[in-house]
Ligand binder design. Structure first.
Ligand code: AIR
Ligand code: ASP
Length: 253
């Protein structure tokens, strides 16, 4: 097979040219980074888990009519997605206070917010992804007013869907980050949920015990990240297939 052309290498994923125009192969690496890549590790199996979990969430969104870039999973580490132009914003939705919001505003982690709060961060590693307002976004032309209306509606629909799915398996969706892409269809453009949705991009707490089942396990050295992500995958029924166990013969009397 011909070598694929690498388009972009990020911290957790590599993008290759897809088999057809307008498609991209998204490869999930085992690399974990935090605090703008100050902290790094390779966590065996993380890429496989995130590939399967992102497939699960994106497929669910597609099925309820929330457009995403996801087309299909190709293998344990790769998925085929529609190529799109990423809007340079990290769109964060918060249901409970945690992380940078708790730090910035001095509110206790875990406090339920009266309503979901949406924040925008400018995607720029050199600047450490600073928090920006809609004024900045409009003034610098990163997105139009129409885009911002569409982004808000997408973010809230993703929040409702993900919160419901996670609640169904005993997990609280504290917050999450999505990225939005522009897809061009002739003279028209529409916005789709892009990148990935996985425990790398969400905060997930067990409802009963409060146990963290997301990337904070790595950021804060709370134990095995693989175990945490595996638990999320197990509860959602998307465990990676290991070699089929050969069962013991069943006795029939
Ligand atoms: N996030 C933000 N940038 C990268 C990621 N993954 C996600 C975090 C968390 C949410 O956005 O994983 O779920 C809010 O992050 P923070 O650090 O602003 O509290
Ligand atoms: N992924 C980002 C980084 O590499 C931020 C984070 O998830 O903490 O630093």
């Amino acid at each position: 097979m011909a070598r694929r052309k690498k388009i972009y290498e990020g911290k957790a994923k590599t993008l290759y040219e897809g088999p057809e125009p307008g498609t991209i192969v998204q490869y999930f690496k085992d690399d974990a980074t935090a605090f703008n890549a100050e902290k790094r590790a390779v966590i065996e199996g993380k890429g496989v888990l995130n590939n399967l979990l992102s497939e699960y969430f994106m497929t669910g969104l597609n099925n309820i009519g929330v457009p995403t870039h996801f087309l299909k999973r190709l293998n344990m580490r790769e998925q085929l997605v529609r190529s799109c132009e990423i809007i340079p914003l990290e769109v964060v939705v918060r249901n409970y206070a945690a992380g940078s919001m708790s730090k910035r505003l001095g509110v206790e982690e875990g406090m339920q917010l009266p309503r979901p709060i949406i924040e925008y961060y400018y995607k720029d590693d050199a600047l450490g992804d600073p928090l920006v307002t809609e004024e900045h976004i409009a003034a610098f032309g990163w997105a139009s007013q129409q885009d911002m209306d569409d982004i808000l509606s997408l973010a809230l629909r993703v929040n409702d869907f993900l919160s419901g799915v996670m609640f169904g398996v005993g997990i609280k969706l504290v917050d999450f980050k999505i990225e939005i892409g522009r897809v061009y269809e002739g003279d028209f453009q529409r916005l789709v949920v892009a990148d990935e949705i996985s425990p790398d991009s969400c905060r997930l707490w067990d409802i009963e015990t409060g146990q963290k089942l997301d990337k904070d396990v790595f950021r804060r050295d709370l134990g095995s990240l693989t175990d945490a992500y595996t638990e999320v995958a197990r509860r959602l029924g998307v465990m990676p297939k290991t070699s089929t166990p050969i069962g013991k013969p069943t006795l029939i009397n």
